[in-house]
Design a protein around this ligand. Structure first.
Ligand code: NAP
Length: 307
């Protein structure tokens, strides 16, 4: 980034804060960096640490009760963009007993996440794919449904940005997936399989851990799954898809945030993004607080639920 592009705001906007945050402030290491430019790498390093409950003032940034964050030196535009988008997803550890759950879907203008046959590479562009990798790095666990593993055989690791791999969690209620899937065999990160409780006695594919989940309606209870993950120290959970899985989390009221990236394309048929039981009146529709973020040619709708 050219030096002339640098802008000097030293504090982040309060609007990026979720309510109820009470935060720290000045630290000797921050003052020691006074005047030094905060780069995107500094900001990302700080966010990664924050997501894991660590303050890293050597990055030149600190949380601030009034503004969300503060720096003792100028902040590069790319660093500002990272702070604006990701700080609201990070500064929550230790303040919650329960899980913090975010889901993301990349959909076409007509609300499809893949063709009918399951081709989904790629609905959204490279900026959004990098965003997905950032989300993986910022969360303890990444959850996908059996349909995604069967069709995509994803790795679910962090490759586009610096950061740790999350624990991979596959919801395979009926144990229909074969053991050759990459999440079960590549050893790149720990994996867990979540299935209906009566099937939890069988060993996991590739020796991965198995979580038995009680039923809810015609599926499994996602709140119980989140409790089981929290008991393993996995309290920050990212649900990466597909549409059926994200819809189950949403329907059961377990999402704190839902991000939908809309790509400027019309698929016209195929696998839907969100599907919920029918409603009679629009007053019964879900109306979260929303902010929009441009991501290359795509627009990300960042929806926040709850108080
Ligand atoms: N564009 C994107 O953002 C994106 C992201 C991820 C995936 N995809 C694409 O989406 C497609 C797959 O999505 P999908 O919606 O068809 O399937 P999916 O959500 O990946 O998997 C759904 C299946 O997972 C199991 N499952 C998930 N939650 C459950 C619950 N609460 N209770 C019981 N079972 C549960 C069920 O397995 P059973 O059927 O065995 O009961 C369910 O049918 C693929 O084509 C993939 O490429 C797109």
């Amino acid at each position: 980034m050219a030096a002339t592009e640098r802008v000097p705001p030293h504090a982040g906007p309060a609007r990026t804060l979720l309510s109820g945050q009470k935060r720290v402030v000045s630290h000797p290491a921050l003052r020691a960096r006074a005047g030094a430019v905060v780069t995107a790498a500094d900001a990302w390093d700080w966010l990664l640490a924050l997501a894991r409950g660590v303050q890293r003032p050597a990055s030149g940034l600190a949380l601030d009760a009034a503004h969300g964050w503060r720096a003792e030196g100028p902040v590069e535009p790319d660093a500002l963009a990272l702070l604006d988008l990701y700080l609201p997803l990070c500064a929550l550890r230790g303040q919650r007993r329960s899980a913090y759950v975010i889901a993301h879907l990349g959909q076409s203008l007509d609300g499809r996440i893949a063709t009918a046959g399951g081709a989904s590479h790629y609905v959204t562009g490279p900026d959004n794919i990098r965003h997905l990798h950032r989300l993986r790095a910022l969360f303890d666990a990444v959850v996908v449904g059996a349909g995604t593993v069967a069709l995509d055989d994803p790795r679910l690791t962090v490759r586009e940005v610096a950061g740790p791999n999350p624990v991979r969690v596959v919801i395979d209620a009926r144990r229909r997936l074969d053991a050759a899937r990459r999440v079960f065999t590549d050893g790149a990160a720990p994996s867990l399989l979540a299935c209906a409780s009566p099937l939890a006695g069988q060993a996991g594919p590739g020796g991965v851990g198995v979580i038995g989940v009680p039923p809810l309606g015609d599926g499994l209870c996602m709140r119980s799954l989140l409790q089981a993950l929290a008991a393993r120290g996995l309290k920050r959970v990212f649900v990466e898809g597909g549409g059926v899985t994200v819809s189950r989390f949403l329907e059961q009221g377990t999402l704190d945030r839902l991000q939908i990236a809309v790509a400027p394309m019309i698929i016209g048929s195929g696998r839907p993004a969100v599907t919920l039981p029918p409603i009679e009146r629009l007053e019964l529709s879900v109306r979260p607080r929303v902010r929009h973020v441009a991501m290359g040619a795509d627009i990300l709708f960042d929806c926040e639920f709850g108080g």
